[in-house]
Write a protein that binds this ligand. Structure first.
Ligand SMILES: *Cc1c(COP(=O)(O)O)cnc(C)c1O
Length: 385
């Protein structure tokens, strides 16, 4: 006899028509992200989850924190990985640094600067901006003048603007901020693991990144850090952090010695991130930065051979992300579609002001290899012919 577990409603949804087992196509990911994960990172994920308060897991968390400090070159105690993509870690810096009414200066030179403006406004900041055309960077003089004029509590700036391919020089910016009693918040999403970063030396107070670009890990777990100066501002808050999930006061009790449950950690992604960071440490930061620079230079030379040019002047060009100008009369989207259809290669299109004008080519982490450059240049040459 069959027992009825619940009263039958008038209508019931049938299961979807039988599906085949999962098949994931093989792609070469040479867009703005994600990049291909290192095979040993994928292997690391392929284990049973363990409990998020298991002693073995807690030891792994400590290792991840130390590896993140190495990768960013910081001794900040509050350095951990947010459960979410880079945008969640971005929101974590804003939520913890900003109280309603705080003046926040955002240096906007591309798409992700606008996202910082949007987030800061949602947390009640009094946002002011300085702006540069997409493809350029700010000078220290421009930043210092804006600090002088606006007297912000926080300056937010993107180190590696993925929408334009520009590397923002940060030498001296932290000192200027400190002199104006302002915290420096930096997006390092497309620089971490591919471009030199020295958070302590540069006096950066808050930073975030993601797992799926320069670190060549799966998406969904994102580095976050705040300096002692930023912690002091957090301690002085009159109002609690408006985002419970990202509140560093709560998360430090889980990542620190107290080990108080906060949320169920994405355990398998932590395995993956630990492996990605271990591989980075094994290679060494200096060697990794050199590899990215060499691969990018090889790519830029190959582009010139094809008669293509880069949107950004060489001194400001990111080795992790190149914006390639679309020649007159060429349909950028059609080329991208054909690269995918015929070669399984993903590249990015232009965003915002650069829509239709550039392709965005990422050579990040595991993918930063000359063989990938050869594969792409051959395919791109054939498609353009
Ligand atoms: C990709 C990116 C982000 C957002 O990260 P997600 O992981 O996509 O949420 C933020 N800032 C920059 C500069 C990026 O390139």
């Amino acid at each position: 006899m069959v027992t009825t577990l619940s009263p039958t409603p008038a209508t019931r949804l049938a299961p979807p028509a039988s599906l085949d087992p999962l098949v994931v196509p093989e792609r070469l990911l040479l867009g703005p992200g994600p990049s291909n994960a290192d095979p040993s990172v994928i292997a690391a994920m392929n284990h049973q989850p363990i409990g998020h308060l298991d002693a073995a897991y807690l030891a792994m968390m400590d290792e991840v924190q130390d590896l993140l400090r190495y990768t960013w070159q910081t001794t900040n105690p509050l350095t951990y990985a947010v459960a979410g993509t880079g945008s969640a870690a971005m929101e974590a810096t804003i939520a913890n640094a900003i109280e309603p009414g705080d003046r926040v200066l955002v240096a906007v030179k591309g798409y992700f600067g606008h996202r910082l403006v949007d987030m800061a406004q949602r947390y009640g900041a009094d946002v002011v901006t300085i702006n540069r055309p997409w493809g350029e960077a700010f000078t220290l003089e421009e930043i210092t003048a804006a600090l002088e004029q606006h007297r912000p509590a926080v300056l937010a700036i993107v180190h590696a603007e993925t929408s334009t391919g520009v590397r923002q020089p940060l030498e001296g910016v932290g000192a200027a901020c400190a002199a104006h009693d302002c915290l420096l918040l930096v997006d390092t999403v497309t620089s971490m693991g591919g471009v030199p970063i020295f958070l302590d030396d540069w006096q950066v107070d808050l930073a975030y990144s993601c797992s799926q670009k320069g670190l060549s890990c799966a998406p969904g777990i994102s580095p976050f850090t705040m300096s002692l100066r930023a912690e002091a501002k957090l301690a002085r808050r009159r109002q609690p952090v408006a985002n419970w999930y990202l509140d560093a006061n709560l998360l430090r009790k889980y990542w620190g010695p107290e080990r108080v449950y906060h949320h169920t950690a994405p355990v398998n992604l932590t395995y993956a991130l630990r492996e990605a960071l271990r591989l980075l440490a094994e290679e060494g930061l200096e060697a990794r930065w050199q590899r990215h620079q060499h691969t990018a230079a090889y790519f830029w030379a190959g582009l010139a051979d094809l008669g293509l040019s880069c949107h950004v002047e060489e001194s400001l060009r990111l080795p992790t992300l190149t914006t390639v100008r679309v020649p007159d009369g060429v349909d950028a989207k059609a080329v991208s579609r054909q690269l995918m259809a015929d070669y399984n290669i993903e590249v990015g299109g232009g965003l915002g002001e650069l829509g239709g004008k550039v392709w965005r080519i990422g050579l990040m982490g595991y993918n930063s290899q000359p063989e990938n450059v050869d594969t792409l240049l051959q395919a791109l040459g054939a498609v353009l012919r």
